[in-house]
Design a protein around this ligand. Structure first.
Ligand SMILES: [Mg+2]
Length: 309
């Protein structure tokens, strides 16, 4: 299929757009009715670097490329916006419509519009997704810099499942399905991020590189010490250890800080959006550090821990 035909086929496959999209694909630019502030994030994934077509279907690739981008919007506490997709495809790749289908299915479930994009040929499959999220005011968003001494550290869902799934795929296995699916089809927590921001989190980040690394981003941006208790980490079923769960990436859960008096409201917000919260640490005054403690309270150094990224 030549590029113009493919673009027409993609447009036809997209179906009707949400009302805020005034002009989607088909004009020189998309036109969208704006809310007060816009959060924007871009992610690129490349075959052989971020995924492998040997273990991911084109629909998996489309889903994952959009899901990982939307996870950053979730971590800001912004509402669903638009996705703009640039596809670089080698001539022998025939899965473009399936790839877009995987994106469309995910976008539709979260109220995200696929509002524009581009398709070009190139040496290897690469997908760049730019996503937007809308908010009524800048101070309703959750930044990495807001954690304060005395806050609690929380995380949604369960950790380590995606890393365990990748390990299975790399070993040529595709069971148990729950772990493999967790790796191939991560779910961005858009509704949860919005609800947590409204419930009073002070800082938030999505767990893309593992709790140990992402807690470091929060601690540095906020200028605090984050104390993480390994024993309180929510380890997914089938994951070998809390150390693995703390260092394996791609879980796309949300990690956040909040003052103790918001604890019940935040737990409610998570439950109302289909997940749960584990309180795995505390925020102390200090200079941008993470301290990880084992079950006996002794410091644990995870820097040397072997993981898969
Ligand atoms: Mg992120």
């Amino acid at each position: 299929m030549v590029e113009l035909e493919l673009i027409e086929a993609v447009k036809a496959a997209l179906g009707p757009q949400p009302a805020r999209v005034l002009t989607g694909p088909g004009d020189d630019a998309s036109v969208v009715r704006a809310d007060a502030v816009l959060a924007t994030s871009t992610d690129t994934v490349v075959d052989g670097v971020h995924f492998s077509l040997a273990t991911h279907s084109p629909a998996d690739v489309g889903h994952k490329a959009l899901a990982t981008a939307l996870s950053d919007i979730a971590a800001m506490g912004a509402g669903p916006g638009e996705a703009y997709v640039a596809l670089v495809m080698p001539p022998e790749f025939t899965g473009a419509l399936e790839l877009v289908g995987g994106m469309r299915e995910l976008a539709g479930r979260h109220g995200v519009a696929l509002a524009g994009g581009d398709v070009v040929s190139g040496p290897v499959l690469a997908v760049t997704v730019t996503v937007t999220g809308w908010s009524g005011a800048a101070d309703r968003l959750a930044y990495r810099s807001g954690a304060r001494p005395g806050d609690l550290l929380g995380v949604t869902g369960e950790l380590g499942g995606s890393g365990a799934g990748l390990k299975l795929l790399n070993a040529g296995e595709s069971q148990p399905d729950a772990l493999v699916r967790r790796h191939r089809r991560p779910e961005p927590l858009l509704a949860t991020g919005l609800a947590l921001a409204a419930a009073g989190v002070t800082a938030m980040i999505d767990v893309s590189d593992g709790v140990a690394t992402d807690a470091g981003h929060l601690a540095r941006a906020s200028g605090v010490v984050l104390e993480v208790r390994l024993a309180d980490l929510p380890v997914a079923d089938g994951v070998e250890s809390a150390e693995f769960a703390a260092t394996a990436g791609d879980d796309y859960e949300l990690m956040f800080t909040a003052p103790p008096e918001r604890r019940a409201a935040i737990e409610q917000a998570a439950i109302a959006t289909g997940t749960r919260v584990s309180w795995l640490g505390d925020v102390r005054a200090g200079g941008g550090l993470v301290e990880i403690r084992g079950p006996d309270g002794a410091p644990v150094d995870l820097r040397g821990y072997e993981h898969l990224r």
